[in-house]
Design a protein around this ligand. Structure first.
Ligand code: AKG
Length: 186
């Protein structure tokens, strides 16, 4: 069972559609691996990211400039918007090259103009486990995210819960996640 405010659609994309989208995003995307400084130590972010969309996006201590939708994502946009019942004008792409790539606990409402709505999270490649827990801590609920699945995260889910994609010791292949968002004028 997914936690309140989260809804999973396995097979949102067919196997063939998901295979083609994964291949084109791996190839076309200008992936960036950011490096943070903490107490004088350089810490590489444990995944690669890219921002696409019509507005700039403040994320991970940087403002990412607007970047055009790649054709493969532009083609999917109307379908995503119809499925979720809200517009999206940008997407954060995350690339996990193996089990040691991960994302820590966070919510996605740190960017105030996101107030309009929820997020649609499309998973491609290796199945990874997302953990969801109440904001402020507590027991976590796992959600397995298979190739081609779509996870809807309501606006309320971002107010009440945090999520994370932990590392895994299992041998896993590459995974790309596209989190579609609405970004206001800031
Ligand atoms: O890779 C995932 O499924 C998590 C993505 C995520 O939490 C985010 O983009 O905020």
């Amino acid at each position: 069972m997914t936690p309140p405010g989260y809804a999973l659609t396995p097979g949102f994309l067919s196997e063939a559609e998901a295979d083609a989208l994964l291949a084109s995003l791996l190839y076309e995307t200008p992936w960036e691996r950011h490096v943070f400084r903490l107490y004088g130590r350089a810490l590489p972010m444990p995944r690669q990211i890219a921002w696409v969309g019509e507005r700039p996006y403040a994320y991970s201590g940087l403002v990412h400039p607007p970047a055009p939708w790649p054709p493969s994502l532009a083609a999917l946009l109307p379908r995503l918007q119809a499925a979720c019942g809200q517009p999206f004008n940008g997407a954060l792409l995350n690339r996990y090259d193996g089990g040691q790539d991960s994302m820590g606990w966070h919510t996605d409402d740190d960017h105030a103009p996101l107030a309009l709505g929820g997020l649609a999270s499309l998973s491609l490649g290796a199945t990874r486990r997302l953990l969801v827990r109440p904001r402020g801590g507590g027991p976590s609920t796992p959600i397995e995210l298979p190739h081609g699945s779509l996870l809807w995260m309501s606006p309320e889910s971002q107010q009440h819960t945090q999520h994370a994609l932990p590392k895994t010791a299992r041998p896993v292949g590459v995974r790309v996640n596209v989190t579609w968002r609405w970004v206001g004028e800031g």
